[in-house]
Design a protein around this ligand. Structure first.
Ligand code: C5P
Length: 226
């Protein structure tokens, strides 16, 4: 299985991160979270006070932030200029702003080049929105994860509340669903590398599946295709 690249795409909350990390750990592969890279650049732009309503202002500074990404699936890391930003990049502020930054071609060009460098000779599971279509179109295994809008919002709300919290309130789930729908629309309708399923990807609807079932299905697919 030397050089294997597994491309994992799909909308927010489809279960990509947990499934990708689980698959990487099961097979001893590395793991690359490309969403964390777009989030890290967005965090930096916010810190710098860049006007995110101005794509030219974003493009002008896209080359500046120094990103460091760790690809261990047991403990993925992300830092900007030596500052660990794993926590801050998950803030509501970054989540609400990231689609505007990721739509700017200069940002994508820089990050896609960096992603290809990190993928190197392979042995890696890569998750994002354009991995099967743009970043690694030659990947032998491409999975497009989906789930119903309700299931995705429910999972994300529970995840943000933390493991100890009880069932999330219906109003919270609804607000989360609206925020996710907004982000998915921006991500799928942008001009540069929109969220899309590659023609040779396998679609996996995770709505009614447990995480273990999703991982088992992807492992089966990898076995079949390699
Ligand atoms: O996966 P995650 O929700 O962390 O991604 C955050 C955002 O980064 C997405 O909403 C999208 O705007 C952007 N993204 C992207 N291309 C990728 C991965 C993420 O545009 N390959």
């Amino acid at each position: 299985m030397a050089g294997l690249v597994v491309a994992m795409d799909g909308p927010s909350g489809s279960g990509k991160s947990s499934a990708s990390r689980g698959v990487a750990r099961a097979l001893g592969l590395r793991y690359l979270d490309t969403g964390a890279m777009y989030r890290a650049i967005t965090w930096w732009m916010l810190q710098q006070g860049v006007d995110l309503a101005d794509p030219d202002a974003i493009a002008a500074r896209a080359g500046e932030p120094e990103l460091e990404i760790g690809t261990d699936p047991a403990a993925p890391t992300v830092a900007v200029g030596g500052v660990d930003v794993a926590g801050p990049i998950r803030s509501q502020e970054v989540t609400a702003a990231v689609s505007a930054v990721s739509a700017v071609p200069a940002v994508r060009e820089r990050l896609v080049a960096l992603q290809r460098e990190l993928i190197g000779s392979g042995d890696i599971v890569v998750e994002g929105r354009d991995i099967g279509t743009v970043v690694a179109p030659g990947a032998p295994v491409k999975v497009y994860l989906t789930a119903s809008a309700e299931a995705r919002a429910h999972r994300r709300t529970a995840e943000l509340a933390g493991a100890a919290a009880g069932a999330p309130a219906a109003a919270e789930v609804e607000a989360q669903q609206a925020a996710m729908a907004r982000r998915d629309t921006l991500d799928s309708t942008r001009k540069a590398a929109p969220l899309a399923m590659a023609a040779d990807a396998v679609e996996l609807d995770t709505t009614a599946l447990t995480l273990d079932e999703v991982i088992a299905e992807i492992l089966r697919l990898i076995k079949e295709r390699t």
